[in-house]
Design a protein around this ligand. Structure first.
Ligand code: S3P
Length: 171
């Protein structure tokens, strides 16, 4: 099965960790759209938000997603906002899309561990911000997903096994 597997879901749902491990298990190469943006520009995501605003970041995100989607046999982790750009929803249809869903407290505790998320860092009430962003995007995640996995409270190996079981149906 040559199709790419793309992980979507909110900030803190574990797309990068799951994607990296999944790629090893499935013997595919791994890419992360945020890492690609950082490596292409040589600056941090926060810096791009500061200089170009969210709009500039979204344009870069679409370019990277579109380029990666032309390479077969990848696992691609995306940023939590990948679904807000209509063009990305079209591009995602070429791949098997796995939506990692997590409860709000799981997302909050993971987001608090990292300072690299401009949409959360500057918020006074971080939990409410995570809820608000999630509510705006929830239906887009659901609409784009071929497979939905609830990752709350689960260990990495069991998440990977669940995804593998679902993916086998596509082969
Ligand atoms: C964003 C999520 C981030 C990153 C950027 C914007 C979002 O990625 O792309 O800060 O809009 O949800 P993660 O989901 O990997 O944190």
């Amino acid at each position: 099965m040559n199709k790419n597997i793309v992980l979507i879901g909110p900030m803190g749902s574990g797309k990068t960790s799951v994607g990296r491990r999944l790629s090893c298990v499935l013997n595919k190469d791994f890419f992360d759209t945020d890492f690609e943006i950082v490596s292409k520009t040589g600056v941090s995501i926060e810096h791009i938000f500061d200089i170009e605003g969210e709009e500039g970041f979204r344009a870069r995100e679409t370019k990277v997603l579109s380029e990666l989607s032309q390479i077969p046999n990848l696992v691609i982790a995306t940023g939590g906002g990948i679904v807000v750009t209509p063009k990305n929803l079209e591009i995602l249809q070429q791949s098997i899309v796995v939506y990692l869903h997590a409860d709000i407290d799981t997302l909050l505790s993971r987001c608090l561990k990292s300072k690299a998320r401009p949409l959360i860092n500057e918020a006074e009430d971080k939990k409410q911000t995570i809820i608000d962003i999630f509510e705006k995007r929830r239906s887009l995640y659901e609409k784009s997903a071929d497979i939905m996995i609830d990752v709350s409270g689960k260990r990495l190996y069991s998440i990977i096994n669940e995804i593998k079981e679902h993916i086998e149906k596509y082969t």
